[in-house]
Ligand binder design. Structure first.
Ligand code: GUN
Length: 286
């Protein structure tokens, strides 16, 4: 039986460390780290994510502020708000929830956030720092993926890792982190020829294609470690919804370890956002 990697438990441990760091900063006379979340419009999924992020801040002592803007907010007004937040020394992290309404240029907005406050790690400066191994803020989901892999494989040196998915948010940054950890990395995607054969050689598979149940049991070698970043909402026959990952979970009992969906990568993303906020606050203090 494959070990189930408990993302919730590992996220809780990280939250404890983050809370201890926040407490230490406050005890030393510093202000509590501050995270500002911007939500434009009323996308229901975004509302849920933002609520979770704000609640998570409370648990570890991060001071959160929310800016809820109407869907018809102009791009200029949004940029002006970000400019104000960039200059506000009580704000250490700025997160602008995406997707943004169609009339707003998302790339321009994300680039307007100061790289030092970009707790998502989406700014090109942070992307560049990551790809050259020179620090910066690492995107939350890739950071969480690395922690989950390290929980079962402390040393990745020379391991064959296949990443499925080439997004800027997960596939590309996770490939860079894996390279920095001395793994041999193959980056693939849904158009890759011979994907099953490539996966069968992998010691670790990171599935981040957003393609439900893409990875079948026969794609996975005995003893592999499987990290499932996919999360797709599907209707069941009785009209309920269930969350499905990119890995056919029922077929991979011969793996050494696998992350569940939900309860694997998801909880790590928010815990890493909190950790990034504390990192940004500390960096602002030196
Ligand atoms: N929308 C969905 N996930 C994310 C995220 O991690 N960061 C931002 N800014 N928006 C999102």
């Amino acid at each position: 039986m494959a070990e189930i990697i408990d993302g919730r438990a590992i996220a809780r441990q990280l939250d404890e460390t983050t809370k201890a760091e926040v407490d230490a900063l406050v005890e030393a006379g510093h202000p509590a780290p501050g995270l500002t979340v911007i939500l434009v419009g009323e996308d229901p999924a975004s509302e849920v994510y933002v609520r979770r992020k704000i609640k998570a801040c409370e648990k570890v002592g991060i001071k959160s502020t929310e800016h809820r803007l109407p869907a018809d907010t102009s791009q200029d007004d949004l940029l002006a708000l970000i400019d104000t937040l960039n200059k506000d020394s009580a704000v250490h992290g700025i997160l602008c929830q995406v997707p943004l309404p169609d009339h707003i240029d998302t790339r321009l907005v994300l680039r307007s956030i100061s790289p030092e406050k970009d707790v998502d790690g989406f700014h090109p400066v942070n992307v560049g720092r990551l790809s050259t191994g020179t620090g910066g803020i690492v995107p939350c989901t890739p950071l969480g993926v690395m922690m989950l892999i390290h929980s079962v494989i402390p040393d990745l040196t020379g391991k064959d890792v296949v990443v499925i998915g080439k997004s800027n948010i997960v596939g590309k940054p996770v490939a860079n982190l894996l390279l920095d950890a001395e793994a041999t990395v193959t980056v693939t995607h849904i158009y890759t020829h011979g994907l099953p054969e490539i996966c069968r050689k992998a010691d670790v598979i990171v599935a981040a294609a957003g393609a439900p149940e893409l990875v079948k049991g026969h794609w996975v070698k005995d003893g592999a470690v499987l990290i499932d970043v996919g999360i797709t909402r599907q209707e069941t026959e009785d009209g309920k919804t269930k969350l499905v990952g990119d890995i056919k979970f029922d077929e991979v009992q011969h793996a050494a370890a696998v992350t569940p969906v939900p309860g694997g990568v998801g909880p790590m993303t928010i815990a890493c956002l909190l950790a990034n906020t504390v990192q940004a606050a500390r960096a602002a203090m030196v």
